[in-house]
Design a binder for this molecule. Sequence first.
Ligand code: FO1
Length: 318
Amino acid sequence: MRITVLAGGVGGARFALGLRDAAPDAAITVVANVGDDMWLAGVKVCPDLDSLMYALAGVVDGDRGWGRAGESERVAGELTAYGVGWPWFTLGDLDLGTHLARTALLREGRTLTEATAQLAARWPLGVTLLPVTDDEVPTHVVTDEGVIHFEEWWVRTRAQLPAQRFVQHGAERARISHAARAAIADADVVLIAPSNPVVSIGTILGLPGVRDALETAAAPVVGVAPIIGGRALRGMAATCLAVIGVEADAAAVAAHYGARSQGGILDGWLLAEEDEAGLAGLRSLGIRAEARPLLLTPGEPAAQVAREALALAAAIAG
Ligand code: FO1
């Protein structure tokens, strides 16, 4: 069975690990957000691709969900001393190895897709990891103090600087990659991971060609709520949802993604039992919604969430 997952970084990684456990014989492709990507201190940093790669490789810093376990920060200290890069955005020594390797491959003319494949080949990830596009489409945040890169808003201000809107810089000239489009078109199941619905999933959907690929996909498209009981699973989904005027609610996110029969992207949606009040409304929108335990505690719970998503997809396909 071919499964394609649209995912961001930290939340997406937990779901991808559960899916790999739940469907060990499936051909899984993870299509990752690239809106957090940036050039920093001369190297190309891809936070979501790296969180997914490190988590699937079993080498991620488990407490933070990003960067490498057992990391050191000797080079970062030198960069800060030279006034290069962002002192508040820590590039660990091992992590810099990834960024240097990626930068070298890109400078040799490889696409981000090709560079990602070479980096990922170092470990037995058990899935294919793809950027959603080979184009550079950084997410910028329009704030009261000017336009800044998403990572500056997210990390330096902890998303506390009031944001007026998010802008996918250069999206109009970008396109979904051939590999990502094929991964959606050829899938037996397409899953939307419980990643940030605005700056991870939203920025994937905002790339030209992605919505079209989902609308024409033969596979059922099933999403997993990133919010349980009004609390964002990871990161600051609630803050980001407020910026775009969507309620921080599991059913509201599904309604925002929309039913595929109504021009949106979803056939099915899993929300947590504490949010089951939203089921009827989603079903009336044409989204097959079910309430299930959604906590992505590593191991069996995360695998169970993935199994439930696959079961809903099978029911829809059936
Ligand atoms: N997040 C932080 O809160 N502080 C950091 O210093 C930081 C550094 C960093 C370096 C590489 C990388 O891939 C991710 C990093 N992150 C850091 C996490 C990053 O902001 C998040 O992974 C995503 O971009 C948000 O979804």
